[in-house]
Ligand binder design. Structure first.
Ligand SMILES: Nc1ncnc2c1ncn2[C@@H]1O[C@H](COP(=O)(O)OP(=O)(O)OP(=O)(O)O)[C@@H](O)[C@H]1O
Ligand SMILES: Nc1ncnc2c1ncn2[C@@H]1O[C@H](COP(=O)(O)OP(=O)(O)OP(=O)(O)O)[C@@H](O)[C@H]1O
Ligand SMILES: [Mg+2]
Ligand SMILES: [Mg+2]
Lengths: 256, 256
């Protein structure tokens, strides 16, 4: 029975896509059959995995609005055990189109439930907002993984995100839980990063991962080559940390 | 006659709020009467200028949805010549509420036109999306300032933003122009930053500012003290660059 995990944070540029692309590629290396769903109209996760726009025919938009069956949307990637439902710019209009639909919050859940058992993990990358697309992600997923940039504005936004998660749990998805909070773009030489990590660990002692992703230029270079970090520069600190994170993530699945 | 400038880019975390907060504070120091409008539900620009949530009564939401007259929304800041229409979390629901309204794209324009002549500059910070709030910003403004993070994903998103600007120009705001493209978070020691700047300068030779904002930790510390950079650390490279940028911006207004 596959697990569906949403990666969400309405604060922009905190490492949602970077975490999505690198988690799925490390999971596939660990022989877990994994699907990445790109629900962001910017389609960064799609290009981060090397998928070219001209080869993309369908996106999750087609399951939400046109009711095309989800298996039709899935594409292979260059990596074994790793599949993707890419994004296209059609998604830009999705939120307005969803607004007047019946059961508008459940459209993504209805689609992904049909393919849940084809994978060990389904990981969903979401846009930087709390609109209907992200609401759909939070309704569709079992747990939500929160990348937290170690900066002030990102910490400020955490309360709003947690309130939204609670609202979704109360109204649409009663078993929604937090998978974990991953500190990203940390610069441990600065007080700011240390303060943010200390503060969030104080509030959620058992939810913050021990692995911290530092700022590492190789992580921001990899997308321009369409490759996850472990295929772009395996010796980089970014690759090491995402491999460590994936190990910690998998241990938590076994309840360790 | 006040000029209305929107700061927009749907890519998250590229420096929209940091540019908005620091541009308005440098303009006010240059004795320009300036209003910052925070249209992002995250309300980062509001806290970046030291406004506490508990002191905020109204936001732009009240002009868009409840039709409260705009002068009622304006608050003073700690800095002379600098005023703000803050944001509140009410704005999270604004996009859905705007969807079914008549003239939904013009609501912000209608509100800001009423107060345009009270200021030399009205600067609008927008959320990381191309939804109805950002569309309202692009319809309300004379020109749009585009902060461009010097990274691959941010460059990738530029085309989608420019297409949206063109669509708005064709349908809602025929005189909408680009104020300029400001390179942000640049690390000129890396190839990536140099490549992004070279590429965008190649496409838009006369639109890219000569001033480049480098990555500078003091810029990310300042918001935790609720201060613009020139009041947090005047000696920092971040303060120097935003003062230079404001000078270049003002020269462009005089057609120099
Ligand atoms: N640990 C890191 N070190 C250095 N750069 C990073 C790191 N993580 C992400 N980046 C870069 O920072 C930028 C923002 O990251 P990313 O796009 O993954 O965030 P996001 O939350 O998905 O953004 P959005 O809100 O726009 O969806 C990207 O250019 C990315 O390459
Ligand atoms: N030049 C810079 N050097 C270092 N840090 C910066 C710089 N500019 C912005 N930052 C920091 O980077 C983060 C992202 O910047 P900011 O919040 O201004 O971007 P934004 O585009 O407004 O994000 P959003 O898309 O969420 O609205 C913030 O934590 C900010 O303090
Ligand atoms: Mg992203
Ligand atoms: Mg912002």
């Amino acid at each position: 029975m596959g697990k569906i995990i949403g990666i969400a944070n309405q604060k922009g540029g905190v490492g949602k896509t970077t975490t999505a692309v690198n988690l799925v590629s490390c999971l596939a290396r660990a022989k877990k059959k994994t699907l990445l769903v790109d629900t962001d109209p910017q389609s960064n996760a799609t290009s981060g995995l090397g998928i070219e726009k001209k080869n993309v025919r369908y996106s999750i938009y087609d399951a939400l609005i046109r009711r095309i069956i989800p298996t039709e949307l899935v594409m292979k990637t260059d990596y074994s055990d790793l599949f993707i439902i890419p994004s296209t710019s059609d998604l830009t209009g999705a939120e307005i189109e969803l607004t007047d639909m019946q059961d508008r919050e459940h459209k993504m859940k209805d689609a992904l439930e049909q393919i849940r058992n084809d994978y060990d993990y389904i990981i969903i990358d979401s846009p930087p907002s709390l609109g209907l697309l992200t609401v759909n992600v939070l309704v569709a997923c079992d747990t939500v993984l929160i990348p937290l940039q170690c900066e002030y504005y990102a910490l400020e936004g955490l309360t709003q995100l947690l309130n939204t998660i609670e609202r979704i749990r109360d109204n649409f998805n009663s078993s929604l839980a937090i998978e974990g909070i991953l500190p990203t773009m940390a610069d441990l030489r600065t007080n700011l990063s240390r303060q943010v990590i200390a503060e969030v660990t104080n509030y959620f002692p058992d939810k913050v991962y021990k692995t911290i992703i530092p700022r590492n230029v190789r992580l921001s270079e990899a997308p321009s080559f369409g490759k996850p970090i472990v295929y772009y520069d395996m010796r980089s600190i970014g690759a090491d940390r995402y491999l460590c994170f994936t190990e910690e993530f998998l241990k938590a699945q076994n309840g360790e």
